[in-house]
Design a protein around this ligand. Structure first.
Ligand code: FES
Length: 319
C-alpha cells in the first residue's frame, strides 16, 4: 500500500488525556478523499513500530487536512503514549490512505448519533456530512466529566449545535446519559450510529435491541476492545500445510502462529480493525472481536486470530 507522508501542522490538547493532530500532506497537495466514519492507519514513530487506527474527525469536504483525536491509554501497549509524547508539530508521520469500516448508510434520511468519550471522533465527521446533506439527526455525547470531553467547543459552535446534547457521568456538572429514554421509540426511518469504548457500546446496543431497534438500523464501531485472552487450550489445524498448532490456554492465536514461524498481518491486535481476518473451514470460533457483525459471527466461517479463540477442540483455518 502507498503510504502518505504527512506533516503535523497542529497538535492541540482537546481534553484531559486527549490530543488532536491536524495533518497535512508533506507535499502540500490535496489529500485522498474520505467518507464520514473513515480512519487512518498511523505508523507511530519509535522502536516498537506500532500501527494504530485513528478516526478522521474533520469534514469529508475538507481536502487539505486530516484531523485525528488520540486518547492516552495508560494501560495500553504504548501506541497512544508514543503519539502523545513523541509526536510534535512539524514532525512527519506515515499514514495509510483513509479506510472506512463504519460508513453512513447511503439512504440515511434521519439519524441518531450516540458518542461515548473519544468515540466522538468519527461521529463528528458524520454530523458534518449529515448536516451538509440536509439530513435530520440528533447527536448525544456522553463523557466522564467536563475535563474529559473533547471537541465540546467545536460542537457548541457548530451550525447544528441545537441538535447536540451533552451528558456527563460526573453528576455535579451535568446529567448522565439515559439510553433507555433516548432509544425508547424505535423509528424504522432512523439509523443509529454508535461509537465509544466497549462498555458504552455493549450498553447502547443492548438497550437498542431491547427497545426493538432492528439489526439493520444499528451501526457501530468500537473505539477499543479490552481483549480477554484466557480460555481453554485448543488445536489449530492449518488446512494449506496440514500442520497442527497447539494454542495455549492464555496464548493469543497470533502468538502461537508466530511461535511456529507463521505471520498473519495484524494492526490493532484488539479485534477492532479486521486486518487479521482469517477464513475458518471447520470448528466453532470463540469470537471476542468488535469487528464482525452478529450475522457474520453466527456463520462461523471467519474469525480474528489476534483476539478470538475456539469453542471446539479443533479449529481448521485457511492458512
Ligand atoms: Fe486488528 Fe486483528 S489485528 S482485528
Amino acid at each position: 500500500m502507498n503510504l502518505l507522508s504527512m506533516r503535523v501542522l497542529r497538535k492541540t490538547n482537546e481534553a484531559d488525556g486527549i490530543c488532536s493532530f491536524e495533518l497535512i500532506a508533506e507535499s502540500g497537495e490535496e489529500l485522498p478523499a474520505f467518507t464520514a466514519g473513515a480512519h487512518l492507519d498511523v505508523q507511530i514513530p519509535g522502536p516498537e513500530n506500532f500501527v494504530r487506527q485513528y478516526s478522521l474527525a474533520n469534514s469529508p469536504a475538507d481536502r487539505k487536512r486530516y484531523l485525528i483525536g488520540v486518547l492516552l491509554d495508560a494501560s495500553g501497549r504504548g501506541g497512544s503514549r508514543s503519539m502523545h509524547e513523541r509526536v510534535n508539530e512539524g514532525d512527519l508521520l506515515r499514514v495509510s490512505p483513509p479506510k472506512n469500516h463504519f460508513p453512513l448508510v447511503p439512504d440515511t434520511r434521519s439519524a441518531l448519533i450516540l458518542a461515548g468519550g473519544i468515540g466522538v471522533t468519527p461521529l463528528l465527521a458524520m454530523a458534518e456530512e449529515l448536516h451538509r446533506n440536509h439530513v435530520s439527526f440528533d447527536f448525544h455525547y456522553a463523557a466522564r466529566s467536563v475535563a474529559r470531553m473533547a471537541f465540546r467547543e467545536r460542537l457548541e459552535k457548530s451550525p447544528y449545535r441545537e441538535r447536540v446534547h451533552f451528558y456527563l457521568d460526573d453528576q455535579s456538572s451535568g446529567q448522565p446519559l439515559n439510553l433507555t429514554t433516548i432509544l425508547s421509540t424505535p423509528d424504522p426511518g432512523v439509523h443509529l450510529y454508535i461509537c465509544g469504548p466497549r462498555g458504552f457500546l455493549d450498553a447502547a446496543i443492548g438497550v437498542a435491541h431491547a427497545s426493538g431497534w432492528s439489526e439493520a438500523q444499528i451501526h457501530f464501531e468500537a473505539f477499543s476492545n479490552q481483549v480477554q485472552e484466557a480460555g481453554d487450550a485448543f488445536d489449530l489445524r492449518l488446512a494449506r500445510s496440514e500442520r497442527i498448532i497447539r494454542v495455549g490456554s492464555n496464548e493469543p492465536v497470533i502468538h502461537a502462529l508466530s511461535r511456529n514461524g507463521i505471520e498473519v498481518p495484524t494492526s490493532c491486535e484488539q479485534g477492532v480493525c479486521g486486518t487479521c481476518l482469517t477464513r475458518v473451514i471447520s470448528g466453532i470460533p470463540d469470537h471476542r472481536d468488535m469487528y464482525l457483525t452478529q450475522q457474520e459471527r453466527e456463520r462461523n466461517d471467519q474469525f480474528l486470530p489476534c483476539c478470538s479463540r475456539s469453542r471446539s477442540s479443533i479449529l481448521v483455518v485457511d492458512l
